[in-house]
Design a protein around this ligand. Structure first.
Ligand code: AGP
Length: 656
């Protein structure tokens, strides 16, 4: 059930330069400026005296420094791909993939042009072969790409029929071979790239160099960002501003479906359709730190705004031909999955809350019993599992030691193990029998936002896949639910657009010290996630409770000044939820409700309402999380705290 190809993900970094002699040093420094985005491999390609020099490393976040060592030629020869010349006169094979014994050639001192890349693998292992730049069969072209080529499979089939050798498992590499083909009937690299992109669907920011056109870089953009700059003797390009801020502030942004030909001191921009374009200069007021946050005040805001795309990319390609659902790497047969008679999900923190949401979905759609455990508890409570148990480990980092050990424990009990993670090749994904990747890109803020939403979306896909394998849902229902999933990014965007209203509510609550978060059904884990956000960001006490449980004791704590945040979006328990809320309000609580647009009756029991678009109830935690993230964010900012690095917390807990 593997995906039919791998994408290079939306969080890669690109750099390019022409007209600078020491191009290699410039590229490495530019890649260093892009490291903050997170990456797992890196590479550069240089055009020098009619040849192409290529080096790629897949050594996690040390890859750029490994490349830098090439400059002094001090690297041990033969480890992976070393700096090597490609093209006719060197006789090297295309793709420059070389193994042990390859002569490591330091980068040429005088280059006409060069491009570089940092790759954050969204799925498909971070190997040297998958690292960019990718080279064509002739060894004359090199290409770097950020984005996802959605029709890469059909392009690859065409290339294969034409005898091209595709050395990697990425979607990006097909691009350089398509350009190679177009070059045979084009006057220039610019024309060949323009023609090649006519057949491409998906998102891209690409830069291409050719040893046959020294000094030229051709770049193009659709959805994925691309910035370029020109001064009297050189021209540069990058995925984002930080990589270029140290070079020039004379920068321009390439717009969608535009292409630029860079030469030393010259940039010629046009539409992919050949139309004339006068690029508008960027006004750079940002310093480097602001630029890394894309102009947002902090990474948390940036990552909240990335949520629609994080969920959209996590859902992309999940619905294969004939309506079958596609997971990333599933080394389990449908028969093994059909024999599963129990599911255990283990996780920590926000990932645990995503797991709780999945429990409702899996049980409702597959009728298989699901237990969800905090990983640190699961490991020591002598759980009951056997070879008919499916254990799912949910972890953004894929490294949380409690979850990793819990998965190992499950494996020891004979269970099949699936990992749901945001990091390709992380410990959990390497040890699992199956993997489902969230494709949220690197999350820098300690508080999980986009990765939590992507986890819930991924787990809902997994639940539907299990239902399909076990035939407990008919295809019509699955189709409808997949359609509902695909509506989530727009609903998330709508919630983000209401940020101002949420902030106004937070400002009026400021000063409160005691919070309850209440929910029923999937609203309960949604309440838990909302409470965790407030705790970890604003250091305020917040307790999440199943709303129906309050009257069994905790309601004694309710008094004037207590703030109760309730999830009151539509599901079959909504009326009971509103009755629970009325109970606490009658005892003096200040009530903030998350409710669906148009449900004006909630205003009878709430002091403040955070309105959200209505979505399928079992998917609603993905949307309901957003106002609660913004609420917690605003409280923390108003209290003067660092939302990206809260006190006492680490992004990944690799100790017990
Ligand atoms: C949530 O905002 C925190 N970042 C934390 O609870 C986190 O979810 C938990 O540590 C689990 O991390 P993981 O997903 O990388 O395993």
């Amino acid at each position: 059930m593997e995906g039919d190809g791998v994408a290079s993900g939306g969080m890669c970094g690109i750099i390019g330069v022409t007209g600078v002699d020491e191009a290699f040093s410039f590229l490495v420094e530019g890649l260093r400026q892009l490291e903050y985005r997170g990456y797992d491999s890196a590479g550069v390609a240089l055009v020098a005296d009619g040849d192409l020099w290529l080096a790629r490393e897949a050594d996690g976040n040390h890859s750029v420094e490994e490349l830098a060592l090439l400059e002094t030629g001090s690297r041990v020869v033969g480890s992976g791909v070393s700096g090597s010349r490609t093209g006719e006169n060197s006789g090297a094979s295309s793709g420059a993939s070389s193994g042990a014994g390859d002569v490591s050639i330091p980068p040429p001192r005088h280059c006409e042009a060069g491009i570089g890349h940092t790759r954050w693998a969204t799925h498909g292992r971070p190997t040297v072969e998958n690292a960019h730049p990718h080279v064509d069969c002739s060894g004359r072209l090199a290409l770097v790409h950020n984005g996802i080529i959605e029709n890469h499979a059909e392009l690859a089939a065409r290339l294969d029929a034409n005898g091209h050798e595709i050395a990697s498992e990425t979607d990006s590499e097909v691009l350089v071979h398509v350009i190679e083909e177009e070059l045979r009937r084009s006057e220039s690299l610019l024309e060949a790239v323009r023609r090649a992109l006519e057949d491409v669907r998906g998102s891209f920011a690409i830069a291409v160099v050719s040893s046959a056109e020294p000094g030229v870089i051709v770049a193009a953009r659709r959805v994925s960002p691309l910035i370029f700059g020109v001064d009297e003797r050189s021209a540069v390009l990058a995925s984002d501003i930080p990589a270029l801020l140290g070079t020039t502030r004379n920068l321009f942004a390439l717009e969608d479906d535009q292409i630029v030909e860079l030469r030393p001191g010259v940039a010629h921009v046009s539409g992919l359709d050949g139309s004339k374009v006068d690029p508008v200069p960027l006004t750079i007021t940002w310093d480097l730190d602001a630029a890394r946050k894309d102009g947002f005040d902090d990474f948390m805001t940036k990552e909240i705004h990335e949520q629609p795309r994080a969920v959209a990319e996590t859902l992309l390609d999940r619905h294969g031909p004939g309506g079958s659902l596609v997971l990333d790497e599933l080394r389990l047969t449908r028969e093994e999955l059909r024999l599963v008679d129990k599911v255990f999900i283990v996780a920590c923190g926000s990932s645990y809350h995503a797991a709780l949401v999945a429990k409702y979905a899996i049980e409702h759609w597959t009728r298989v019993p699901v237990e969800v455990d905090i990983a640190s508890e699961f490991r020591y409570r002598d759980p009951v599992l056997d070879q008919r148990t499916l254990a799912i480990g949910v972890s953004q980092s894929g490294e949380t030691v409690d979850t990793l050990q819990a998965m190992r424990e499950a494996k020891r009990w004979g269970a099949r193990v699936i990992a749901v993670s945001n990091v390709v090749d992380s410990s959990m994904t390497r040890e699992a029998d199956g993997v489902l990747y969230t494709r949220a890109g690197p999350e820098i803020c300690v508080a999980s936002t986009k990765t939590y939403l992507a986890q819930v979306a991924a787990l809902e896909v997994l639940a539907l896949a299990l239902a399909e394998f076990r035939q407990t849902l008919d295809h019509g229902v699955i189709e409808r639910l997949v359609g509902n999933l695909n509506e989530l990014p727009a609903a998330i965007e709508e919630c983000i657009d209401r940020e101002k209203e949420v902030f106004e509510v937070a400002d009026r609550i400021l000063g409160a010290r005691d919070f309850f978060y209440l929910g029923r059904n999937v609203g309960y884990p949604a309440a838990m996630e909302g409470a965790l956000k407030l705790k970890e960001l604003s250091y305020l006490r917040a307790e999440a409770y199943a709303a129906g449980e309050l009257k069994h004791g905790p309601i004694a704590l309710i008094e004037p000044g207590t703030v109760v945040v309730g999830i009151a979006t539509r599901n079959r328990l909504r009326e009971k939820m509103l009755a629970n809320v009325a109970e606490v309000r009658s005892r003096g609580a200040t009530v903030v409700l998350v409710a669906n647009d148009g449900e004006r009756d909630v205003e009878d029991v709430a002091d403040h309402v955070l309105w959200v678009p209505e979505v399928e109830p079992l998917l609603s935690p993905v949307v309901n999380a957003v106002p609660l993230q913004l609420f917690a964010y605003r409280m923390a900012r108003e209290l003067g705290y660092d939302v990206d690095r809260p006190r006492n917390l680490a992004k990944t807990v690799t100790v017990e």
